[in-house]
Design a binder for this molecule. Structure first.
Ligand SMILES: [Zn+2]
Length: 343
């Protein structure tokens, strides 16, 4: 784990004193490492290392099974991809067994059974924002007074995004993003080329989970650059060209909403970079490739500060609108037509 010193210190103390609440809500920005930290807690509670100070050792059978997601006592709970929320009952379709739990009925029943091979049963509810209200209400009693061998770990971006009835039964552990230099250092230690590590750490914007994944998977890095390039092409394109791009994005939204969200997040970071260049803070931009830097300088010279700020705000507003079920096609058309032109 990179950064998160406070969270690490908390975990060490909790293990040493053997004092844990029965439910925690781990919050922090997207890909900051919430799930990794939750699994670390599950490992520490079940680790076979003799000395508490050595837990989790990441090497014993318990730790390895938890890492691989096959430990019978550590259950990942998340929304089934074909549904909108984590619901009360399992989805009606019968399919191959899943490597996660997607309904509260199962948790309620399963939480009454003692651990099979570990000391503690852990239910890790990822994206706790996606708990349906009726399901959450049924979970409240178990969440409030689980059997002594059960621990609930929920993750969410913001405490405010989780139903208050659920959030109020959890202690919050907030993870803060790692600094850019710290993240780059950790990537180099993990085997990345120094230059790539600096680029990834900048692009990650504190999302260490993303940086680590992108260090292993070059396609993730290239994808971000593709999104940024598509924006630049749109900005220098005709009105018709912009509408064609908006149409393609709205079609993508239907099947791959997360890809569209990521596209818009990259676009926002690109406009933020333009503003940084305008303010003489080029050292803080996240789009670091030589070609990208030249384009940023060009845009910074052609567009007013106010227009750059409005572009970033329009993208942010579109991101928010898309999540409230507006007409995606219309929202994206409007956005693409509103962005300033560069040559
Ligand atoms: Zn272990």
């Amino acid at each position: 784990m990179i950064g998160h010193e406070a969270a690490q210190a908390w975990l060490r103390r909790a293990l040493q004193t053997d004092r844990l609440a029965h439910a925690y809500l781990i919050t922090g920005p997207r890909a900051v490492g919430k799930r990794t930290f939750a699994l670390q807690i599950a490992q520490a509670l079940n680790c076979n290392a003799v000395s508490v100070g050595d837990r989790p050792d990441h090497t014993c059978q318990q730790c390895r099974m938890i890492q691989r997601g096959i430990h019978p006592d550590v259950r990942v709970v998340r929304r089934a991809p074909e549904r909108r929320m984590i619901s009360m009952r399992p989805p009606p379709i019968a399919g191959p067994p899943r490597d996660f739990v997607d309904n509260v009925q199962f948790i309620q029943a399963d939480a009454q059974l003692r651990p099979v091979m570990g000391r503690r049963k852990v239910y890790l509810i990822v994206y706790a924002e996606e708990l349906a209200e009726d399901a959450a209400n049924r979970l409240l009693k178990t969440l409030e007074e689980p059997p002594p061998f059960v621990l609930f770990l929920l993750t969410a971006i913001e405490r405010g995004g989780v139903l208050p009835t659920v959030a109020s039964r959890c202690q919050e552990l907030r993870l803060r993003p790692a600094g850019r230099a710290q993240l780059a250092e950790a990537l180099v230690a993990g085997g990345s080329e120094p230059e790539r590590a600096v680029q990834l750490a900048a692009l990650a914007g504190g999302r260490q989970g993303w940086a680590l994944a992108a260090a292993r998977e070059p396609a993730l890095f290239e994808q971000q650059q593709t999104y940024a390039r598509q924006l630049v092409e749109a900005l220098s394109g005709t009105r018709l060209d912009r509408l064609v791009r908006a149409r393609a994005l709205s079609e993508r939204w239907v099947a791959h909403p997360e890809a569209v969200r990521e596209t818009l997040r990259v676009w926002m970071s690109w406009w933020r970079d333009v503003m940084l260049v305008q303010l003489g803070l080029s050292g803080r931009v996240v789009h670091l490739e030589a070609g990208e830097q030249a384009t940023l300088r060009g845009a910074a010279g052609q567009v007013s500060r106010q227009a750059a700020r409005q572009a970033a705000a329009a993208i942010q507003q579109t991101l928010a609108d898309l999540d409230t079920n507006v007409n995606a096609r219309l929202a994206l058309d409007l956005l693409l037509l509103r962005l300033p032109a560069i040559v």
